[in-house]
Write a protein that binds this ligand. Structure first.
Ligand SMILES: [Zn+2]
Ligand SMILES: [Zn+2]
Length: 246
């Protein structure tokens, strides 16, 4: 998965002037995550971060080094004592605390748990990933009909699972009233739309895969960050930031 993301991000970075910087970052991040996942392979994991954190905390450090190249917060975390680094990871894990850096550090760990079918000990709330409880950072559509909610998928920001969200509803608050749910699109990005909810003022970005199945939604997301800027100006908050932390 991380290798696919790296390759897609590198390809798009060569084709896009506007989004080159975040795409190059996504390629470097995915590369570091692929290598971390490789280093985890021989480690025996339980799915309980409390037990596993000692085994993984040094193996994920190269991911932090990549993020530190563009984030002052990550740069400061490079000099964390190991005990502090572990506490940050455990806080993200148990509280679903918004922490883009811990999320990126733990993605290879949870992706490997999923590959090995080891259940992570995380809280699963409504609208979150059925495997790991992670928040949706992207949505995709695999049917041309808007009425057909059965073809709507949410993408997990932690383990990378795409799960079928078989209904038209806000993933954040569960609102189902169609008058409260709006879609916004832009001529510049015809396959992308912002799916927003008036009730909780959150949104998820959705990518249409019906005409072209090549996009990798978490990576292709970075081509349309201008739509996120627009949504934020309109007063919406993204349910979960994308790969570049936006
Ligand atoms: Zn997940
Ligand atoms: Zn909502």
């Amino acid at each position: 998965m991380f290798e696919q993301r790296r390759a897609r991000a590198a390809l798009l970075a060569d084709q896009s002037d506007a989004a080159r910087e975040p795409l190059q970052f996504a390629a470097a991040l995915s590369n570091a995550q692929a290598q971390s996942m490789h280093r985890f392979q021989p480690v025996s994991l339980s799915g309980h971060l409390e037990n596993d954190v000692d085994k993984i905390v040094t193996l994920i450090h190269p991911i932090l080094e990549v993020i530190a190249q563009r984030s002052d917060d990550a740069k400061q975390r490079l000099s964390d004592e190991v005990s502090v680094a572990k506490t940050r990871l455990k806080a993200f894990w148990s509280e679903n605390h918004h922490d883009y850096i811990s999320r990126a550090l733990l993605q290879p760990y949870v992706a490997l748990l999923r590959e090995k079918n080891i259940t992570p000990d995380r809280v699963h709330s409504r609208g979150h990933c059925p495997f790991c409880g992670g928040a949706a950072w992207i949505s995709s559509r695999k049917s041309a009909s808007d009425a057909d909610g059965g073809f709507r998928y949410l993408g997990c920001s932690l383990c990378g699972l795409d799960w079928n969200f078989g209904r038209i509803a806000c993933p954040a608050c569960g609102e189902e009233d169609p008058h409260k749910l709006s879609n916004f699109s832009s001529d510049r990005h015809p396959t992308v739309r912002i799916e927003s909810c008036e009730t909780c003022r959150r949104y998820v970005k959705s990518i249409d895969l019906t005409l072209d199945a090549r996009p990798l939604p978490p990576v292709d997301d970075l081509l349309s960050l201008s739509m996120d800027l627009w949504a934020v100006e309109e007063g919406f908050v993204r349910i979960e930031p994308g790969m570049a932390g936006m």
